[in-house]
Design a protein. Structure first.
Length: 250
């Protein structure tokens, strides 16, 4: 997966991408009306839109409630400029794969629209870990599902992403990094994925504080969801956490 190519491509199409902004906002807003009640965003809540492009996904939330503090981040400089100047979104240049500057549990909601399928599996794993780190509880992805359209396949082949592997592995691959996965079908080939990070982020442990015996118990008896070479630490599901507590107290 060549992110330099993707960055170049989206800089090239930024001008034309703006043509679809109003339609994108309308679509995101309609979807938000359907699933928004599951997101539990407080008044004045902070939302981060990763891979924001020209800002349509974030704009839909702002239209839903003006009190939301919506911020965007993207790797394509020309997309960021259009999001800021044309669409009035607070936005900055950045790459989640390099780690974001935000502290843990900083956002009430982290969102990403049509981003994941462009990343290979290793990069998606980093993406999942970093979004779960900065979100207080929920992460929302809109992306492809296992349904296929020939013209989508052609477009994604041109983009040189990981679409074909991604659609074969969702939503199962989310279960390795998030405690709960809710799927809302938008159409035959796109879904909204609402992911609960609460138990994962609140029980992130440093490997050095887990005694070898306890670690062995987790590995052998639990649904351990880790292998965190990029950021360090161990992510555990609720089941793994309960076994760890029983082991410590028993």
């Amino acid at each position: 997966m060549n992110l330099q190519y993707q960055t170049w491509l989206f800089n090239v199409i930024a001008y034309f991408y703006q043509w679809f902004f109003k339609g994108q906002v309308k679509g995101y807003s309609e979807n938000l009306d359907k699933y928004g009640k599951h997101l539990n965003i407080p008044k004045g809540g902070k939302i981060l839109d990763i891979g924001c492009g020209t800002g349509a996904f974030g704009k839909a939330f702002k239209l839903k409630d003006e009190s939301y503090e919506v911020q965007g981040i993207d790797i394509a400089e020309k997309m960021v400029k259009r999001a800021k100047k044309k669409n009035k979104l607070e936005c900055e240049l950045g790459d989640i794969l390099e780690g974001l500057r935000f502290p843990d549990n900083n956002f009430d909601l982290v969102i990403a629209g049509m981003v994941l399928h462009g990343l290979d599996q290793k990069k998606r794993n980093v993406f999942y870990k970093e979004t779960s780190r900065i979100a207080k509880e929920y992460v929302l992805f809109q992306d492809y599902s296992q349904g296929r359209k020939w013209y989508i396949s052609l477009i994604e082949w041109i983009e040189r992403g990981d679409y074909f592997n991604f659609v074969r592995s969702v939503p199962t691959e989310f279960e390795n990094f998030f405690d709960e996965v809710k799927v809302f079908e938008i159409n035959s080939y796109i879904s909204e994925y609402i992911l609960d990070t609460f138990l994962v982020t609140k029980h992130r442990l440093n490997c050095s504080v887990i005694r070898p015996r306890l670690f062995a118990v987790l590995v052998n008896k639990c649904d351990l969801v880790i292998r965190d070479e990029h950021f360090g630490g161990v992510f555990i599901t609720y089941h793994a956490w309960t076994v760890l507590v029983r082991t410590v107290t028993g």
